[in-house]
Design a protein around this ligand. Sequence first.
Ligand SMILES: Cc1cc2nc3c(=O)[nH]c(=O)nc-3n(C[C@H](O)[C@H](O)[C@H](O)COP(=O)(O)OP(=O)(O)OC[C@H]3O[C@@H](n4cnc5c(N)ncnc54)[C@H](O)[C@@H]3O)c2cc1C
Length: 319
Amino acid sequence: MIKKYIVIGAGISGLNTARKIKDLNLGSVQVLEKSRGVGGRMATRRAHDTRFDHGAQFYRLKNDIVDLHQDWKQLGICHQWFISEKGDHWCSKSGMTAFAKAMTKDLDISLEKEIAAIHYENNLWKLISNKNEVWFCHNLIISSPTPQTVKLLTDAANEKRLDMNVLSEIKKINYTKALIGLVTLEEDLMIAANGYIEFQTGCFFSISDQRKKGVSDIPALTITMSASFSELEFEQSDEFILEKILKLFVTDYPQAKIKKAELKKWRYCKSESQFKNLFSEIAPKLYLIGDAFGGSSLLGALRSSQALCNFLIENNKVL
Ligand SMILES: Cc1cc2nc3c(=O)[nH]c(=O)nc-3n(C[C@H](O)[C@H](O)[C@H](O)COP(=O)(O)OP(=O)(O)OC[C@H]3O[C@@H](n4cnc5c(N)ncnc54)[C@H](O)[C@@H]3O)c2cc1C
C-alpha cells in the first residue's frame, strides 16, 4: 500500500512528526526504524539486573516540550529530577525510552527495518531495506543523524532531484562520538547531591546516578566520556576502552566498588553544528529533520519536528 507519509527513524523527532500527522489527520503515515525498539538516542538498556539510561539523561522543561510534558505528566511517567542554574530537569523512573513508547500509541511502526536505498520513481519515493523489502510513499521524512542521511541520499539517481547546495551544507555537519560505561556498584557512591555531575575538562563528560534518578533499584552509574576521549579511543577494542574508563573512574573515585560493567558506543552523539533552517525540503516531498536542524538535544530535535509539522499543516499537502 502506498502511504502518504513515511518517516525513517523512531527517535523523538520522527515519532513526534508521525504522531502529529496522525493526530491532525494529515494522511496515512508509517514509521520505519532499524533498531529493535523505539527512542533512538533517548535510550534505556536492561543489563546486570537493572536499568540504565545510556543516551539522553533528561529533558529541560522549556516551551518546545511543554505539550508532550503535559501528556507525560498525565500518564504519570515523568518526574522532576533536579533544578540547577541550567534549568528544570525531568526524566522517567522507567527510563527515557518510556517517553518514546508513550508517543507510539496507534502509530504504524515497523521495527528492524533498515532503509538502505531510496529512489524517486513514478512520482513516488521508493524505499528499499537491507533485506530488499520495498515501500512507496508520496512524502518521505528522514530523521536519522545527518551522516546516515547523507549516505542514503548520495545515489546518482537521486542527485538530479536534490538541492546540491543543501546537500553540501549537510555534509559539513559533524557529530561528536560518545563512549559510555554502564557500571553497577556494591554500594552507593556520592557523585553529587542530586546524582548528576558534568565536567568542564578532562576525560569525563558526565556521571549520572541511575539509582538517585529512580531508574535503577541498585547502585548503578552511567559514565559518559568526553567528546575528545571518545574520538580518540572509539576504534579501540571494547575490552580496552572499558578497562580504560574503569581505571580513570577508580582513580577519581577510589572508594567505588565496581560490581559489573559494560560499554556502550554512540558513533553519532551530538551534532557539532546546526543547519541554518529547522528542517530542509532537500528535494520535492523529501524532508530532513532531527537535532542537526533544531539543536543537539531532545528539545532541538522536537523543535525541528514541530517546524516541519507546521509547514505540512500550512501547506496542507493534499495528494
Ligand atoms: C550519550 C548521549 C547523551 C545525551 N544526553 C542528552 C540529554 O541529557 N538531554 C538532551 O536533551 N539530549 C541529550 N542527548 C541528545 C539527544 O539524545 C538527541 O539530540 C535526540 O535524541 C535526537 O533525536 P532525533 O530524533 O533527532 O535522532 P535519533 O534519536 O538519533 O533518531 C533517529 C532514528 O533513526 C534510526 N535510523 C537511522 N538510520 C536509519 C535507517 N537507515 N533506517 C531506519 N532507521 C534508521 C535510528 O536507529 C534512530 O532510532 C544525548 C545524546 C547522547 C548520544
